[in-house]
Design a protein around this ligand. Sequence first.
Ligand code: TYD
Length: 224
Amino acid sequence: MTEREPENGMNRPERGILIAFEGSDGAGKTTALEAMYADLKQKGYPVIKTREPGGSPTAEKIRALLLDPQNSIDPRTEALLYAASRREHIRQTILPALERGEIVLSDRFLDSSLAYQGYGRLLGEKVIEHLNDFALEGLRPDATLFYRLDEQSAKERRELRGDLNRLDAETRDFFDRVNGGFEQLLASHPDRYLVIDASRTREEVAAQTISLVEDLLRGAGYGR
Ligand code: TYD
């Protein structure tokens, strides 16, 4: 592992690390990501937080299209737009940050497309994987945290949150397929995911996230 000169006493590797936060809508990954980001910032780590769809100026415009409840979008168009947003996101935001040796925390990434478009929209995991190979040119997260929550609890949390986006209005069947898709991905590639029980309190979920990510960062060469 090559390292850069420490900045403010903090070692950082030559290349940064990309950590994706995944889970169904309402699982609490965004809250956990915010807690993680605040903790790393406060400890002086070189970290950025970003999100999908979106994460760069053009990708945020695609996000607005995708999430507007007024728009009706064909499933293949939807898959292409998520992949296009991801392409902009990596080119404009993620790859430059990784080249600076930074830690990138992304609220959703490729696995969301596999689960939502591949399984939820029934387009198939392989089709979505290929489409995203074109967008990503081999880039994959270094680690993925998966927030697991049963659909009933996730639905209650979505309803509490209010302000529903285009996908929040989907049927129970759709979300069951998405959750089934995530479970399928976890079962077929267990080494790719760190699974977090998202039914626990927000403090417990944040604490587990922080401890898992700190281990990852030590392994990647960050620290004092
Ligand atoms: P957002 O409001 O960010 O929801 P959440 O807080 O649950 O992440 O909206 C993102 C929505 O887009 C969410 O319903 C999941 C969906 N999505 C896909 O369908 N495919 C994708 O590739 C991504 C990144 C998100």
